[in-house]
Design a protein around this ligand. Sequence first.
Ligand code: SIN
Length: 348
Amino acid sequence: MTTPRPRIAVVGTGGTIAGSSAAADGHHYEAGVFSVDDLTAAVPGLEAVADIVTTTVSSVDSVEMDLGRRVALARALAEILTGSDPAADDEGRRRRSALASLGRVDGVVVTHGTDTMEESAYLLHLVLDTDIPVVLTGAMRPADDPGADGPANLLDAVRVAADPAARGLGVLVVFGGLVHGARDVVKRAASTLDAFSSLHGPLGEIVAGRVHVHAASRRVRGTFPVADLPGTLPRVEMLATHPEQSSLIGRAVVESRPAGLVHVGSGGGNVCAAGITALDEARAAGLAVVRASRTGAGVVGRGDAIDDDAHDWVAAGDLPPGKARVLLALALTRTTDTAELQRVFDTH
Ligand code: SIN
């Protein structure tokens, strides 16, 4: 008896992987120019790994990937994964027939800009409750660059999405031959090809075309089902402070009436005196306040360095500020209670 070939959906969202230096107008390159079919056609040997079906959800530079676009992507993936999306809006319903025609899939690959891939991957990880592999990938060089890294990354991503070893690991990022978990992956380099690393090391690697998985994250996932999300997520701002900062900056943030604020602190999430005033004013105005660190590694522990209980703030643990913003926006759909928010940060 022959094993059926894996069937993988490749979903385009834009980014440098679909970018063109020829199309650039005074810039280094333009992101999101090539179609997802162009991208898959440029990968030698892809057809030997899996049957590929494609669709495009957006075509943007990922610096424009706001929470609304991320939730729209999550709804499209949920529809591909489960065949239905109860919360779809009119645009979602129009797309339904196209997505439904993709049929059953064994895995999904999302091509995405690298700049904010880690935040999109983390949001998908939190809102998709599936064991089917969902893998994000991208490229540091545009598709028409002679040294483009997109084709190899896309081939590796399809290999991982098609591999049973990737089931149940949550959303993954495959880049530069490594398999990263969505919760811990970070873009650590602005320009080199090995742009991604993981806070606690990668989950696996792809060697000579074979997928090796060494580890799995112990954090929970899929706890904010996309079908239960409101149309718009609560807005969460980010604020970095310094000792000479004008008090007007923090007040302008509060006056814009977000639901939450993530502070980008130094070291263990430290906050200068001007920042403490700004955050206390924000908390007094009803914003949920989360203390994170700009360092990129290590833990901002509750009560370490700053008395979070006294200020009624939340400590981000080892989540980087951008991911803390994603988690806070989702958590605020359930609660505004500080102790409960801290529990969410401690477990996700
Ligand atoms: C983007 O994030 O969309 C542009 C940069 C990249 O993909 O590397």
